[in-house]
Design a protein. Structure first.
Length: 374
């Protein structure tokens, strides 16, 4: 599909219309009308199309936020360093976080550029497009809840093979683990029609254990019967003894695996990750880690020095006989750094370790390649 230009003129039912004018009228159309139009005409786009739009629109505000928060080693700043690997929902949620009318308008304009290009590419009847534009005239306001708007259109944007939420399964594992809260991950599950329980039932726990044993080719009918007969306490002990990650209280990585194991698009071919370190790997480039470290270091240098500690002198004490004056005692205290300063130091140390791990991994890989050559 060839993407239209905003300044291009298209012919619709003998009318010469500017693409930008058509889009300006369509961005206020409610998601329900958009959804109905695309479903009736069988029109879909890959999720990567919407991800590219979101990445483009969010690029500048994300960079601005990172610059503003360079002196704060907080969770938001750390999460945003992963933004280039975000899934569709993570980006949709980030767009809602900024809560900007101008940013939402820019996003809708870019999104409709893709949607209109698809309509023209598939040669949808001009009458239907004009009817859609007429409906849009009845709505002059942009969608109030941009996240709800996006979620309502989720069936228009499809996952390709071996992907979920627009990214590969392993990237999904890594970036959700590194840059999402458990609550956000649960919301991603809901988007894919998976309600992740806060606590697993005995049957669900047994299913996980049986699934792992099956993947390891260790499962027999007798062993499965034994597993399913165990109480919850003994079942957890069984899993621990065999190095199977399974417990009633789901950890973050277990929530992610629960989604992959139960989502309609991935459950048929689901298997545990081949690389156990998939949750703790580095996707960001060494250059970006170094740039972020420099940014934090510069912000740390610019932080104003702590205010000097003023110590009052003790008053002179005069005794009747003999007359003596007590020595002045001035207590000096070591200046305390602000909490923000300490957070900056912690994040800088974290980035330093990640950078060293990245460099060491590269050296190990190069050494292995040399061995194979020899």
């Amino acid at each position: 599909m060839k993407l239209l230009n905003l300044d291009k003129v298209i012919k619709v039912k003998r009318q010469q219309l500017m693409v930008s004018e058509v889009i300006d009228s369509l961005i206020s159309l409610p998601s329900s009308e958009v959804k109905t139009f695309f479903e009736l005409n069988g029109l879909t786009l890959p999720k990567t199309a919407r991800i590219s739009v979101l990445q483009k629109v969010l690029k500048d505000p994300v960079e601005a936020t990172l610059n503003e928060r360079a002196h704060l080693a907080d969770e938001l700043g750390y999460r945003l360093t992963w933004v280039e690997f975000f899934s569709e929902y993570q980006l949709e949620n980030l767009l809602k976080f900024y809560n900007s009318v101008s940013l939402n308008r820019k996003y809708l304009s870019e999104l409709w550029l893709h949607l209109l290009s698809l309509i023209i590419d598939k040669k949808i009847d001009d009458k239907e497009l004009l009817a859609l534009m007429e409906k849009a005239k009845e709505h002059k306001q942009l969608p109030e809840d941009i996240l709800a708007y996006n979620l309502d259109l989720k069936d228009i944007f499809l996952d390709e093979k071996d992907t979920i939420d627009g990214i590969s399964l392993d990237q999904f594992r890594t970036v959700l683990y590194k840059a999402s809260t458990v609550n956000e991950i649960r919301e991603i599950g809901k988007k894919h029609n998976v309600n992740v329980p806060k606590r697993l039932k005995k049957e669900q726990l047994a299913d996980i254990v049986v699934g792992v044993l099956k993947d390891r080719n260790e499962l027999t009918p007798e062993l499965e019967e034994e597993v399913r007969s165990l109480s919850i306490v003994l079942l957890q002990r069984f899993a621990k003894d065999r190095d199977i990650k399974a417990s009633i209280e789901l950890k973050k990585e277990e929530v992610i695996e629960f989604i992959l194991a139960n989502a309609e698009h991935t459950k048929e071919n689901y298997s545990l990750p081949q690389d156990p370190a998939v949750y703790d790997r580095e996707l960001r480039s060494a250059e970006k880690l170094e740039a972020r470290a420099r940014q934090i270091e510069e912000a740390k240098k610019e932080e104003p020095a702590p205010a000097p500690v003023i110590v009052k002198e003790e008053p002179k004490v005069v005794a009747p006989k003999p007359v003596k004056v007590e020595e002045k005692v001035v207590v000096t205290q070591k200046p305390k750094h602000s909490p923000q300063y300490e957070e900056v130091v912690r994040e800088l140390e974290l980035l330093r370790k990640e950078l060293l791990d990245h460099i060491n991994n590269c050296k190990c890989t190069k050494a292995q390649q040399e061995e194979q050559k020899n």
